[in-house]
Design a protein around this ligand. Structure first.
Ligand SMILES: NC(=O)c1ccc[n+]([C@@H]2O[C@H](COP(=O)([O-])OP(=O)(O)OC[C@H]3O[C@@H](n4cnc5c(N)ncnc54)[C@H](OP(=O)(O)O)[C@@H]3O)[C@@H](O)[C@H]2O)c1
Length: 323
């Protein structure tokens, strides 16, 4: 089969040929129609992921849409979304992939394969972080720190779909903030430099976007943690999903205590299959209805090296590869 193959850790995959996956009990063989790229694919292929390194050569990719060839709970030809738990075995950037039966989920009519592939990883994290981790209720306000990437767009759009009001989107790229459109009530351009982070400037920024918020969903960490603390109301909830702006941050213990702030982290990596299945069914319906509409950038699988480089540089869209 044709596949994108990592021959050496730390190098981009190249198009090539791999043996077809064997049929195995407990696994479903799927013909991939659209595979999504995720930052974790690059992290795993770098060899530096804390969970370990894959044996090379291997095929990266942890999610896709496709049609069932054989095995599992679905008839051949059924349209499914697949996930590759862990991401350390041959994955979805190929014509065929073999996945555990429970990682194969039905797709509704009205949801095309590119979109079906795009909304899984980011959508499940965004939905569960907002509703379960932050306990967001309709009418509460949300600030999304780092709103312009694939995950940030999903958080903004799902906050809107869950009834958040207002939704505030913050990021460093003004064009990408603008492209979020109606999903955000306010946008906040994050400036570089220490003066942007002094208490008066932070207070001014918070006032500009409608005042303090109930929930911060934080994809940035680093220096922007100061904004999260300044922006939260008493008893506000702050959920960290990523650290795109830095691995460490300054926390104001007095603010945490006296304003009863709740800080937690959330990762969808180790979620049980049934929670992913329930969340994905909901996301698929939201995507089919147009409520969840990530920007997509679609390429043939043969362009994998170009797509890989684009993902490393923050593409502003979910990259989809079609075998
Ligand atoms: N916790 C979870 O369950 C979970 C789930 C999925 C993904 N993630 C993680 O979330 C992160 C984002 O994933 P993604 O798919 O959205 O990636 P992406 O599409 O590449 O987006 C990257 C985002 O980070 C922003 N960014 C990068 N460096 C920055 C900096 N120095 N300062 C401010 N903003 C910066 C980018 O802003 P620009 O648009 O301005 O470039 C963009 O919004 C990754 O680390 C990923 O591993 C976590």
């Amino acid at each position: 089969m044709r596949a994108a193959i990592v021959n050496q850790l730390g190098q981009a995959p190249r198009p090539g040929e791999r043996p077809d996956p064997a049929e195995r009990p407990g696994h479903t063989l799927v013909r991939v129609t659209a595979a999504a790229l995720n930052p974790v694919d690059l992290h795993i292929a770098s060899g530096g992921h804390p969970a370990g390194a894959p044996a090379v050569p291997y095929v990266p990719g942890i999610e896709a849409a496709g049609t069932v060839v054989s095995g599992g709970r679905f008839a051949p030809g059924a349209r499914v979304r697949v996930a590759v738990p862990g991401g350390f075995v041959d994955g979805t950037l190929a014509e065929l992939v073999s996945v555990p039966d429970e990682a194969c989920l039905p797709l509704p009519d009205g949801l095309d394969d590119d979109l079906a592939a795009a909304v899984g990883v980011v959508g499940v994290s965004a939905l569960l972080a907002l509703r379960e981790e932050a306990g967001l209720r309709p009418g509460e306000s949300v600030l999304v720190l780092g709103a312009t990437g694939a995950l940030g767009q999903a958080v903004v759009q799902l906050a809107r779909a869950l009834g958040a009001d207002p939704v505030v989107a913050a990021g460093r790229n003004p064009d990408r903030l603008k492209a979020l459109g109606d999903a955000a009530d306010f946008t906040l351009l994050l400036e570089d430099g220490p003066s942007a982070l002094d208490p008066a400037s932070l207070a001014e920024a918070v006032a500009e976007v409608g005042g303090a918020v109930d929930v911060v969903v934080d994809l940035l960490w680093g220096p922007h943690a100061r904004l999260a603390q300044a922006a939260l109301r008493p008893a506000g909830r702050w959920v960290n999903l990523a650290q795109s702006a830095g691995a460490s941050a300054e926390l104001d213990a007095a603010a945490l205590r006296h304003r009863h702030l709740r800080l937690s982290g959330f990762s969808a990596t180790a979620l049980p299959a049934d929670r992913i299945a329930t969340a994905y069914a909901e996301l698929a319906a939201l995507a089919a209805s147009g409520a969840l509409h990530p920007s997509l950038s679609v390429h043939p699988l043969a362009d994998i090296e170009h797509a890989w480089t684009a993902q490393a540089a923050s593409p502003g869209a979910k990259l989809i590869l079609r075998p």
